[in-house]
Design a protein around this ligand. Structure first.
Ligand SMILES: Nc1ncnc2c1ncn2[C@@H]1O[C@H](COP(=O)(O)OP(=O)(O)O)[C@@H](O)[C@H]1O
Ligand SMILES: [Mg+2]
Length: 366
């Protein structure tokens, strides 16, 4: 049973290595043409999920469908997928052209046809002049583009990418992220991308599955994950989040009134969460949702007095830690440095933190 518009479906997929359960009952739908990322720390099962999709690893139970077809028993080379790895296996003895054409060697194509296809790929990866270069003469970023071209020339319906940018340094990595995103939109096929780097996942993806211990915690768009995390685990994995302990005192018109340690009473929308008066909850607020001022401002719903005890100037923004009476952890605050920013003044001085109810994410304690 697959969802109507799903192109790839995992249905109750489990994977055991001996007694160790690497994947725990995963059901997941990925749409046609989506840039979909699996994000999570090392060992959470990202590669295992990808390898099962590619057919390099069998599922222990459950089923994977691609384009409506069950994949059990279908060998890798008969699946409409191709995979790109982190340690791009470029053949050093072949030139760029022959590396890209490598997968075509079993297809009976005319020399002219093959050359045309390679030319298209060289154009696509923006290396039109490099066909005759030796693979060993290329930079890391260029080699990774060759690896992409070699996979794409086979016209897979799905491209699987396992931390393909992991070996590149930061600047090149960021440039390649933009190129990869543009390239995926150009070719229009489904990408399933694995990374442990949250910023990379946010930059590239239409949707992201945040994984932990063989399961996913939440599947959502980058904005959805950041603005509406469903658990403390997701909220602290994506970006920085401040957590405060609270107790629901009443619920009215879809809003909860919550008494929050250190912050006082706040009201926040509860969405579909089944909350009742008396429930203990976590109130979560991102650092940039606070306004930090010397004097108490007008116009924002909530304000609390605190003590500024740490500040760091980072160019386009500054980070602060503010201690609030009744809150055990210092509260992280970040500000955009619009206009010409002055030197940060003396620390250990009183400040005001202000916010409104739109800044508040309510998480039910489990
Ligand atoms: N072939 C294997 N045999 C035994 N254990 C494995 C095998 N492959 C992966 N695992 C284990 O399964 C878990 C998930 O691994 P993996 O999917 O590679 O994680 P990730 O790619 O998220 O880092 C890890 O604990 C890993 O040690
Ligand atoms: Mg891995």
């Amino acid at each position: 049973m697959t969802q109507d518009n799903a192109f790839i479906s995992f249905r109750n997929v489990n994977k055991f290595f001996g007694k160790y359960q690497a994947i725990d009952d995963v059901s997941l739908d990925i749409s046609h043409g989506e840039f979909f990322s699996l994000l999570g720390s090392s060992g959470c099962g990202k590669t295992t999920l990808l390898r099962m999709l590619a057919g390099f690893e069998a599922v222990s139970s459950g089923e994977i469908y691609i384009d409506g077809q069950p994949m059990s028993g279908v060998p890798p080379h008969h699946r409409p997928v191709n995979m790109v790895f982190q340690n791009y296996a470029i053949f050093p003895h072949l030139n760029v052209r022959d590396n890209i054409a490598y997968g075509l060697r079993k297809q009976k194509l005319s020399r002219a046809k093959r050359n045309d296809m390679v030319d298209d790929m060289l154009e696509l990866i923006k290396l039109p002049e490099y066909g005759d270069h030796k693979a060993t003469q290329l930079s890391g970023g260029q080699r990774q583009r060759i690896a992409l071209a070699r996979a794409l020339i086979l016209k897979p319906k799905v491209l699987l990418l396992d931390e393909p940018l992991g070996a590149l340094d930061k600047q090149l990595r960021e440039q390649m992220q933009l190129e990869l995103r543009a390239l995926q939109k150009t070719v229009g096929i489904t990408f399933v991308f694995v990374t442990h780097d949250q910023e990379e996942a946010l930059t590239l993806s239409d949707r992201i599955a945040v994984m932990s211990e063989g399961r996913y915690l939440q599947v959502d768009t980058p904005t959805g994950l950041y603005e509406n995390p469903v658990s403390r685990e997701v909220a602290s994995f994506i970006g920085t989040m401040n957590f405060f302990d609270g107790t629901v005192t009443s619920i009215k018109d879809g809003n909860a009134v919550i008494k929050v340690d250190g912050l006082g009473e706040v009201s926040a929308p509860v969405g579909t969460m089944p909350l009742m008066a008396g429930n203990t909850v976590t109130v979560a607020i991102r650092p940039e949702k606070f306004l930090l001022t010397d004097d108490k401002p007008d116009g924002l719903q909530y304000s609390v007095k605190g003590q500024l005890n740490n500040a760091a100037y980072l160019g386009e923004r500054s980070h602060y830690y503010v201690s609030i009476e009744g809150v055990s952890q210092p509260t992280a605050v970040s500000t955009q440095n619009r206009g010409r920013t002055k030197e940060i003044e003396a620390q250990n001085r009183p400040v005001w933190l202000s916010w409104d109810s739109a800044a508040i994410v309510v998480l039910k304690d489990v």
